[in-house]
Ligand binder design. Sequence first.
Ligand SMILES: C[C@@](CO)(OP(=O)(O)O)[C@H](O)COP(=O)(O)OP(=O)(O)OC[C@H]1O[C@@H](n2ccc(N)nc2=O)[C@H](O)[C@@H]1O
Ligand SMILES: Nc1ncnc2c1ncn2[C@@H]1O[C@H](COP(=O)(O)OP(=O)(O)O)[C@@H](O)[C@H]1O
Length: 298
Amino acid sequence: MSVTVRVPAKVNVQLAVGAARPDGFHDLANVFLAVSLYDEVTATPAETLTVTCEGPDADKVPLDRTNLAARAAELLAARHGIAPGVHLHIAKDIPVAGGMAGGSADGAGALLACDALWGLNSSRADLLEICAELGSDVPFSLVGGAALGVGRGERLTALPVGGTFHWVFAVADGGLSTPAVYGEFDRLTEGVEVPEPAASPVLLDALRTGDATALAGALANDLQPAAVSLRPSLAATLSAGTEAGALAALVSGSGPTTAFLVKDAEAAEAVAAALVASGTCRTARVATSPAAGATVLG
Ligand SMILES: C[C@@](CO)(OP(=O)(O)O)[C@H](O)COP(=O)(O)OP(=O)(O)OC[C@H]1O[C@@H](n2ccc(N)nc2=O)[C@H](O)[C@@H]1O
Ligand SMILES: Nc1ncnc2c1ncn2[C@@H]1O[C@H](COP(=O)(O)OP(=O)(O)O)[C@@H](O)[C@H]1O
């Protein structure tokens, strides 16, 4: 018997970043939106904990105990005093190290898959606690939809979304390290008063009413200058998407994936084709939001 869980990627429609905290993390007002690009994690009983991965970026995914899926299985097993005897297979479609929380998705997916496989019936609260231990973005991968994350981004409040938003994601060559991007944010804001992060009421309203034009005007990512500073070529990708008719463009989280909000599915296909033709990205993916959180299949 095995259990397969499907987990979405995310885009941050607002990422407000505060000053560095004494523990090295940054307080955030992180407005997450789950998008319809998915990884699938399959858990199968095994003697020991092993991980395999398939997909176009599979060679960039660590298969040892640093893989977030493996860490999730270990944490869950330790909490219940059992051995993590499981094989985890990741069918990876979310770009790796791209600012779309693919590793977090696999952590949340493995947690839910192992919980079902081992018949543990953990409460939502217990699962969310383990998710927060795995990483700041992991709780959102479990819940999906849209949510405001405060603290490190791990303390979530669900947000209403009143319609379907259409996106294009331009996948860059290579990844960006999340700690490096936060480090560059610190460097760029040195000597500057960094305001307390707060969610934008205009943005929350645009989500609630499903108004893509209003959302386009409110998209904001405080990590964007840092990501562009570390990867200056992103500026050309952002321009190529807006010139092709996107309503708005921004870096997804810590990047280097760039996100383009578009009017409808037809515009998405046109912007994706123009981005690929521009030669400023490796590939372009079309997706919609919101998407459901981690879900057991079958
Ligand atoms: C930037 C964001 C936006 O959603 O995601 P990505 O775009 O990378 O996917 C997140 O804040 C990334 O969350 P996640 O990738 O889970 O980070 P963690 O594993 O918790 O932390 C990795 C490192 O990022 C930095 N970090 C992370 C979260 C936070 N609120 N402040 C930080 O300074 C710290 O240097 C930390 O050591
Ligand atoms: N299951 C996983 N999938 C992808 N990357 C993982 C995984 N587990 C650990 N990692 C590590 O996490 C890093 C960040 O990957 P990822 O979560 O895809 O990007 P991001 O944090 O930008 O959203 C990778 O470079 C990789 O070393």
